[in-house]
Design a protein around this ligand. Structure first.
Ligand SMILES: Cc1cc2nc3c(=O)[nH]c(=O)nc-3n(C[C@H](O)[C@H](O)[C@H](O)COP(=O)(O)OP(=O)(O)OC[C@H]3O[C@@H](n4cnc5c(N)ncnc54)[C@H](O)[C@@H]3O)c2cc1C
Length: 415
């Protein structure tokens, strides 16, 4: 009999875990408290970006957060709160904002995201999937010399680590993007980065797992966990006690709440972000990040998506129009021919990035409960690292060696 696996949380990480577990012959159930069609895995910028080699926890991030704390339209905001999990996370995050953390994170970030790109290409070809996927690279557009110098340092590190990256002049940018005027003084370019239309990709993966026998319990939450010594024995779902052999916790930013119920301390905060879909023709063909505004531009299938803001705050469903407007205004400032109407701004979507205490994901078995695995904390990189994470989860449950070294992703790591 094949092992029964319960995946708690069916965003992109849960779905990719289900994909590989099912392929490896497990009996898989996903339980998700939502209808599985909203949140970070649907509204993200769609980048598969090994070029994002610098983890969120890096020098200068806390001081930038403090500087922007009183600016309600800033792209990065940490909401101060007298809340123990937040304070514990902040202390650990602050400690991780070091050069050492950056140096020790570059290799694991590249390895997992390059592996994930390879897997996604394989999944697309093997299953003849048709979701939108392009390999155009990513420009980091700058308005100031200071930003350009910082980008140059990152390009140097990326090239040293084996990625394709270079600096671009204004003329180079014009030849990449000839059909739209961009107000910039130069850019970094990461040729390694790809992009997708998230809704298309996740719909096809969801259809695949459902067609192949994954049991999906939507709008459902676990009512209770029954623990027997160092294992979860069963869970109560819709009033019934059900046993599984293994439990994968991939509930994004909510995973720490589930861990809390199990007596596992997982340092995780929500990083809220917004995105605006714009259906008018823009002429944009190459993805770009507006460096000073921390805003992402993605030419998706039939529309452009503009996303941004990292609001580390309590989980709330407020659409903060000042932040949405700041994203839209920065797009208009870099691309003067684009005008984003109020209707687009008002229908902006939002989602929560699961932010770990050092900017690296938590992937692996927990020490406390032997049949519990964690797969979360990917922050800004959850889309890029999703297939690799799913594959690793299946390898761990199959008791195989993992394809990528996961020492730095250990969910039991101390800060
Ligand atoms: C604006 C924005 C842009 C982004 N752009 C990019 C990008 O370009 N590239 C990139 O790599 N990453 C990007 N990200 C990050 C990426 O989207 C996330 O890291 C990723 O989607 C996280 O996936 P997840 O499956 O862990 O979490 P989620 O997508 O949040 O899914 C978690 C699921 O768990 C469910 N759940 C919660 N609690 C429970 C419970 N108690 N029981 C059952 N189910 C539960 C939820 O309903 C949800 O369906 C972006 C994020 C944002 C917000």
């Amino acid at each position: 009999m094949s092992k029964k696996v319960l995946i708690v949380g069916g965003g992109i990480i849960g779905i990719c875990s289900a994909y590989f577990l099912k392929k490896d012959g497990f009996d898989v159930t996903i339980v998700d408290k939502s209808s599985m069609n909203t949140g970070a895995s649907y509204i993200n910028a769609g980048y598969l970006s090994p070029g994002h080699i610098i983890p969120l926890a890096s020098p200068g991030v806390i001081s930038q957060g403090l500087k922007w704390m009183f600016d309600s339209s800033s792209p990065f905001y940490i909401q101060p709160r007298l809340n123990i999990p937040f304070i514990k996370w902040l202390l650990a995050f602050n400690k991780s904002c070091s050069e050492k953390n950056v140096e020790n994170s570059i290799r694991p970030i590249i390895d997992l995201s390059v592996f994930s790109q390879e897997l996604l290409n394989q999944i697309k070809t093997e299953n003849q999937m048709t979701f939108h996927y392009e390999k155009k690279g990513l420009m980091m557009l700058c308005k100031s010399e200071k930003s350009l110098c910082k980008e140059e340092e990152i390009v140097k590190k990326a090239v040293e680590s084996g990625l394709s990256a270079k600096m671009l002049s204004v003329d180079d940018i014009k030849s990449i993007e000839p059909n739209i005027n961009i107000d910039t003084i130069g850019a970094a370019y990461f040729g390694s980065d790809h992009h997708t239309t998230p809704g298309e990709l996740i719909s096809e993966l969801k259809k695949f797992i459902l067609d192949n026998g994954v049991n999906c319990l939507k709008n459902t939450e676990i009512e209770n966990f029954e623990i027997d010594r160092d294992k979860i024995k069963s869970v109560k779902i819709s009033g019934k006690s059900v046993r599984f052999d293994e439990y994968v916790l991939s509930a994004g930013t909510w995973t720490s709440k589930i861990c809390n119920k199990l007596g596992i301390d997982l340092l995780l905060q929500a990083g809220k972000g917004y995105s605006i879909n714009h259906h008018k023709q823009t002429g944009i063909t190459c993805p770009a990040i507006l460096v000073e505004a921390k805003c992402a531009i993605t030419p998706m299938n039939g529309f452009s998506r503009f996303s941004g803001t990292m609001e580390i705050s309590s989980i709330n469903n407020k659409l903060r129009m000042n932040r949405v407007n700041a994203i839209a205004d920065s797009v208009e400032s870099f691309y003067p021919s684009i005008k984003i109407p109020q209707s687009d701004r008002k229908s902006a979507g939002f989602g929560f990035r699961p932010i770990s205490a050092d900017g690296l994901p938590y992937i692996g078995r927990t020490k406390k409960l032997k049949n519990v695995l964690i797969a979360t904390g990917h922050g800004m990189m959850g889309w890029s690292m999703s297939t690799g994470t799913g594959k690793i989860i299946s390898e761990l449950i199959s008791e195989k060696n993992t394809s990528v070294n996961i020492d730095r992703f250990n969910p039991n790591r101390k800060f």
